[in-house]
Write a protein that binds this ligand. Structure first.
Ligand SMILES: Cc1cc2nc3c(=O)[nH]c(=O)nc-3n(C[C@H](O)[C@H](O)[C@H](O)COP(=O)(O)OP(=O)(O)OC[C@H]3O[C@@H](n4cnc5c(N)ncnc54)[C@H](O)[C@@H]3O)c2cc1C
Length: 457
């Protein structure tokens, strides 16, 4: 077994790992980037990009249908093959990462395809080679789709996000197990392409991590579009025959469909990577905590970034954390430090649900004196002009004592983009008085902020 001396080893080349490895290599460090599958990770091949291509196409179909209400007449004929081609050719290069590998190598990095694991402090084993890292190791191994322990589920071989992105024709019917962001985005996209969709969510509402108003809004819109939602009831068993899947539910009913998509959370890829060899207890959950420079506490010179940190399972979080780890590894004179008070996220349903910072419930349980501002976007000037598809709202969560926003939700057409101003307001702790004094262009969706600000107690 040969040994190679390098500055930094990066295990996992998803959005976080690829970014930090490339930047460190460009900065002149000797960097080895290791990935067992595809450089780029979940986002471009199985996650954000293919799903957003499906959603863009599905939203076009829906806009086409709205022509009948507002602009004449149109008949839309969905063809998922067009989307499938786009995902294969433009998004994933037929699930080939050569371009990404070349990009990293072009920055001066050394790429190794294989499964990396710790082999003691400062040492990484991959393909029977040892890399000894003088400056440190970055762990960025991401997550995989969780498979809940429901009798018959795994054996029935359902789809996860990794399968559904390769589909070329939509099924006639589909059960979606899980009403979180991933499940509901795909549920609506497939429904708009003609699939009869049933969502099963054991919690009381879909999108349970966000504001209840977001769940109510989507429940109404999905209902109007013919998507069935079964909340508050879990699956007890799954079976499959040649006609499809049957999911038995805890209330003694069952749902049958041609296909089953499991979107029931994510599991960190931290198994069998030699955590014990660096003194981390791999049986403990969470396995580790990181400090504000993304260094794993309790071990020297190991950084963790991306989904595995549990600080927000989003590509933008992986890349944000990559920047922090970069500064820490390179010893930047004023390093960026992790700040978690303004984490933004968007659920790309139609209406989009953009959120930042705390929900009302989180702010209350943090003991803040909370003030809420809520405005219906459909009755704002722009919402009213927009007409069909205008459902939405802006909800602001303020810390009344400090006079700043600590959280916000903007739901509606382009809700994720309208979020930008709230993202800034929460991040920079802009006084509410200053937000009220700003000039808001008429008639934009973001102008609805004025109504929500006026509604704050
Ligand atoms: C359907 C779907 C839609 C999504 N949409 C969005 C969205 O719209 N916006 C958004 O911000 N986020 C979205 N996400 C989440 C986003 O994809 C993740 O947050 C992001 O990919 C996390 O990046 P990461 O670097 O932590 O790891 P990952 O992207 O998970 O990459 C980890 C990499 O590590 C490799 N690896 C794992 N273990 C090892 C090992 N031992 N040795 C070598 N390599 C290893 C894997 O092969 C993989 O390439 C979506 C996810 C899904 C599933």
């Amino acid at each position: 077994m040969s040994e190679h001396r390098v500055d930094v080893v990066v295990i996992g080349m998803g959005p976080g790992g690829e970014d930090v490895a490339g930047n460190l290599a460009e900065a002149g460090l000797s960097v080895v980037g290791i990935d067992s599958h595809l450089v780029g990770g979940e986002c471009p091949y199985y996650g954000c990009i293919p799903s957003k291509m499906m959603i863009r196409a599905a939203d076009l179909l829906e806009e086409g249908r709205r022509i009948n209400e507002m602009a004449g007449s149109a008949t839309v004929e969905p063809d998922f093959g067009v989307v499938a081609d786009r995902i294969r050719d433009e998004a994933t290069d037929d699930w080939d990462d050569q371009v990404a590998v070349d990009r990293f190598v072009g920055k001066g990095g050394n790429f190794v395809r294989g499964r990396g694991s710790f082999d003691g402090p400062g040492r990484v084993l991959v393909n029977d080679e040892i890399y000894v890292a003088s400056k440190g190791i970055v762990l960025a191994t991401g997550t995989s789709p969780s498979m809940p322990n429901i009798p018959g589920l795994k054996e029935s071989n359902p789809w996860t996000n990794r399968d559904i992105v390769k589909v070329r024709e939509v099924p006639k019917s589909m059960i979606v197990l899980g009403g979180g962001a991933i499940g509901i985005e795909l549920a609506q996209a497939f429904s708009r392409f003609g699939t009869e969709v049933t969502i099963i969510e054991p919690a009381e509402r879909i999108l349970g991590v966000e504001e209840p108003q977001s769940s109510e809004l989507l429940t109404k819109v999905f209902g109007d579009e013919g998507i069935e939602i079964r909340c508050g009831v879990g699956a007890t068993s799954v079976s499959r025959n040649r006609n499809g899947f049957t999911v038995a539910l805890a209330d003694d009913t069952s749902v049958t469909a041609e296909h089953l998509l499991v979107a029931a959370g994510r599991t960190p890829n931290l198994g069998k990577i030699g955590l014990k060899t660096v003194g981390l207890d791999d049986a403990a959950r969470p396995v580790f905590t990181v400090d504000d420079q993304m260094r794993i506490e309790g071990v020297d010179n190991v950084w963790a970034i991306g989904d595995i940190t549990g600080k927000g399972g989003f590509t933008h979080m992986a890349m944000y954390e990559s920047g922090i780890a970069f500064d820490s590894i390179t010893g930047a004179s004023s390093p960026r430090l992790f700040e978690g008070h303004a984490v933004s996220r968007v659920t790309f349903t139609d209406p989009e649900i953009g959120s930042v910072g705390m929900t009302e419930a989180q702010a209350r349980s943090a003991g803040l004196r909370v003030s809420i501002g809520l405005a219906d976007s459909s009755t704002s000037s722009r919402g009213w002009i927009h007409g069909e598809g205008n459902a939405g709202f802006i909800k602001l969560v303020a810390d009344a004592d400090r006079g700043v926003l600590v959280g916000a939700t903007s739901a509606g057409p382009r809700g994720g983009d309208v979020l930008a101003m709230f993202n800034l307001a929460v991040h920079a702790r802009i006084p509410i008085a200053q937000l009220r004094s700003m000039i808001y262009a008429y008639p934009t969706f973001y102008r609805g902020a004025l109504d929500a600000l006026a509604d704050l107690d």
